[in-house]
Design a binder for this molecule. Structure first.
Ligand code: ADP
Ligand code: ADP
Length: 226
């Protein structure tokens, strides 16, 4: 479990682009926060700063109440999923999901058990022996999520994870992702430009435009409907 707080966070890139302009945002323990806004408004930059992949130009990022600006990404207990699944093509589903456990030195026996648990929660228990090329788009995204959560992160960061899928699959996976994240009770920041996605998935929505956070609230507070 993890809380996130951004205090007066600004990011100005070397070319002078102000990507994030004095943003304040709190994510509670176990909360599903959706960061919504048009392309180029600064959503990914916020996510990358929370992950430690990008330094804020000014302001503070707190994880569990502790200043995290100088904390290396590997010490943040964060898992990230992007729109391109970036699975290892030569490895089976099982080995893709087990890979982070192997890196962190988990014993083979417990690796198998953890992979089986995650795979069954994601409905991909029957394709563990396949390679990514033998999977559907939806199955590949489930494998990417499985690989991200297998180390039991405190915070889950997702950047447009469904934008490369067709609309039927998007709707199906929306429900699946929010169900899974709530089951795991893991705090989540989910980036999208899709308002329907935000309305159906979020505990709270943070609306961003041109680097500025315009509004934060439940879907009902922000849009007057759930
Ligand atoms: P930083 O201030 O974080 O060091 P830089 O301005 O040095 O960032 O750019 C980092 C990288 O991002 C460079 O490889 C650069 O080519 C790339 N980049 C530059 N402009 C953009 C942009 N508008 N969108 C995405 N990436 C960009
Ligand atoms: P979003 O995720 O909402 O599409 P981004 O956070 O990727 O937006 O980008 C916000 C703004 O910062 C955009 O104008 C983008 O071009 C710019 N930008 C992103 N990365 C860099 C970079 N490395 N160097 C310079 N400008 C960047």
């Amino acid at each position: 479990m993890t809380t996130v707080a951004l205090k007066d966070v600004t990011k100005v890139f070397h070319d002078g682009t102000v990507a994030v302009d004095n943003v304040n945002l709190d994510v509670d323990d176990g909360e599903f926060m959706v960061l919504l806004g048009p392309s180029g408004c600064g959503k990914s930059t916020v996510l990358r700063m929370v992950a430690g992949l990008e330094d804020p130009s000014s302001g503070a990022i707190l994880l569990d109440g502790e200043l995290a600006n100088d904390l290396p990404p590997r010490d943040r207990r964060i898992a990230m999923v992007f729109q391109d699944f970036a699975l290892y093509p030569h490895m089976t589903v099982n080995d893709n999901i087990a890979f982070p456990l192997r890196l962190s030195g988990v014993e083979p026996a417990s690796r198998g058990e953890r992979v089986a648990d995650v795979a069954s929660a994601l409905g991909i228990g029957d394709v563990l022996g396949r390679k990514p090329s033998q999977l559907s788009g939806g199955q590949r995204q489930r494998v990417a999520m499985g690989r991200a959560i297998v180390r039991r992160p405190g915070l889950f960061l997702m950047d447009e994870p469904l934008s490369n899928l067709d609309s039927g699959l998007r709707a199906e996976l929306r429900a699946e992702i929010s169900g899974l994240v709530r089951e795991l009770n893991v705090s989540t920041i989910y980036v999208t430009h899709d308002q329907a996605e935000a309305l159906t998935m979020a505990d709270r929505v943070a609306i961003m435009r041109k680097g500025v956070l315009q509004d934060v609230g439940t879907p009902t507070q922000v849009y007057g409907r759930p």
